[in-house]
Every structure is written in structure tokens, then in C-alpha cells.
Design a protein around this ligand. Sequence first.
Ligand SMILES: [Zn+2]
Length: 399
Amino acid sequence: MGQEQSYVSEDTPPLTLPERSLAAVAGHIKSGRARRIVVMTGAGISTAAGIPDFRSPETGLYANLAALDLPEPEAVFDLSFFRENPKAFYVLARELYPGARYRPTVSHVFIALLARKGLLHMLFTQNIDCLERAAGVPADRIVEAHGSFATQRCIECKAEFDDAKMRAFVAKGEVPRCEAEGCGGLVKPDIVFFGEALPRAFFELSDRAKEADLILVMGTSLQVHPFAGLPNMADEDVPRVLFNLERVGSFGTQADDVMVLGDCDAGIRKLADELGWRDELEKTWRELVGEEEVERQMQGAKKRVAALHDEVSKLAEEVEEVLHIDDKDEAGQEAEKKEDQGTPVVNPGEKAAKTEEKTQAAIESPQHDASPSKPDDQSQVEQVPKVDGTDESTKKAVL
Ligand SMILES: [Zn+2]
């Protein structure tokens, strides 16, 4: 875990860093040459917080949404579906609402430290969980590319709706309606649904990515444009570091790309070590979330590793079974068998195609990041049912 990698030939020297390593990146920061750090985050940064991947058929949240007759999990972020059945979204909203359940991870706190040290130029996040804000990243340094729960408005007349009232509705799992005279339209948080444009702030501030002298990308599969294009906006000699389970986007093709593949928090801790910030990072995080949450997240990390091992052995068994069938030369049966075992509710290719279709107008579901086809077993970590009371919380939300 956390090995630093590159696809650039070993003979190609980096342009800016002395070498392609986290130590070199830390040196770059400590030397004062990185003062405009741009960070990009996706669902992977919040996995350790326990935020369920609602697309995973195995999570309680999905089961909960299934009980609400969703045609597919993505429907929860579909505006036309919302008009017909707003309740489904509000089940999810109650779960994800800022401050309701989830607490920042050590990676979120690291970004807040960058800001505190005057090094954060801008954070672009695909997440709607507002955990960066909760970690203390100043609001004026955050671009929530897919919107957030911070504000809300009527989907018909666009009138804004009061924050405190919204919070009360969400807590009760009730659907708020517009209070403008004669309207009564549905109220929706300013989260980007399919068919909606990205927030204006994204386009107004995306130039900040061009100004970066260091780019840190954490926990995103960089599948959806225009967000996915952000890491390519800076000059080629700007070092880019990827903290993710697998290689994504154009990472590994530039001379100063450093890839730290593995658990996001583990990679961030390693960078903090190199910077000499580790104690400050851990202390700030512990003070923010409390010992109980620290313990929960640390246990969760262990469980995710265990779940990954389970996945691998299951996969090995399946492969063995298929090979066995091949031996008997019964290809037809093999296909049939595979179909039977096919746990995914939506096959990844289909899902990706569907997503592409829906994202043509540069839109996407906020958690899209956690989705499409990830053949590599490491990526299964994200798909594993989230430990720690997801089922229980889901039941509560349903009742
Ligand atoms: Zn209205």
C-alpha cells in the first residue's frame, strides 16, 4: 500500500522535482516553491468516514432506496424522478446531511492544514458531503463542483429556502415545499442532479487549477468531465500527486507525476510524515472528531482491508470454477453460470454507458465518482459494504 509509482520511463528525469517520490514532493512544499496548491477530491476521500456508496447493491442504503421503488440507484439524482418521488432523495439526504452522521477523515483535515498554512490555492471537490467544510477548509477556498447541501431552493420558481427550516425537514425525513405565494414547488438542495448545469463557481474558478504549482488529487476516479480535466490544466512541469486506489486520468504520463496507490488516508499520512506535519495532523483530527470516531475510522480501515482479502479469495474461487467448466468444454454453461453469479445489479459497462449519456451536458451524480468499471480488485474496497452501522442507520431512515 502506498507505493509510489509512475508510468514514465525511468530514463525520463522529472522537470521540477529531484525525483518522483513523496519525499521530493514534501521537499518541494517545504522549500516554499509550492504556495498555490490545488487539491481535487472525490468519493474515495470520504470512504473512511463511512459514507456509503449508494450504488453498491450490498449497502443497506441501497436496500433502503430499493424499497422506495427506484428504477435504478442513479434515479435518486434524477430531476424528473425527483418530481414524482422526492421522498427517495430525502431518505438519502437525511443520511448524508452535513453534521448528521459523518465526520471528516484525516485526509480532509490535511487539506484544512494546507489552508491554515496559507498553501491552499483552491480545493475542487466532487463530493456533496461537505466534510471539507467540516474539517475547517474555508468556504472561499472550496469549489463544490457538484453542489452541496449548503443552500437549497424551489425547483420551480427558484426561490431560496431557509437553512434552519431545511435542516428540520431533513431531520424528520419530510419533503419541504416552496413558501412563495401560490408556488408550492418542491425544494431541493443545490446539489447537481442529472440534467442540471454545474454551479457557476466551478466555471468561474476553474482557472485556479491553471495557476497551481502543485496538484494533489485524492480519491477520485476522474471519470467525468469537466472535473476530470482539471488536473491537466496546469503546465507540464507542475508536479501532480495522486492518492487513490488505482491509477486514473492521465496520471503517470507526465515527468513529475507521483502516484501513491492505496488507501487515501494512508498516503496522506505518509506525506504528512515527510513534511514533519504528522503529529499536528493527527492531533488536529483527533480534536475535531473525538476519540470514539478516531477508533471507528481506524477499525473501519482494518475491516476494509479484511473485506478486500475476502473479495480476492472469492474472485479466485470464481476463476477456478470457470476454468473447471472450461475444462469440460461447456462454454455455454459457463456464460449461464456467470450470469447466475452476477451480483452487480447493473453491469459496470452498462452503467458507464448510461452515465456517459447522462453526463453529456457536463452533469453528473455527485457520487458518480465511486462508480464505473474498475477491474482491479483493489477498487473493490470502495464497493464493499460500509461497516459500522450503515444497516442500522438505514433501518432508522426507513422507519
Ligand atoms: Zn417556488
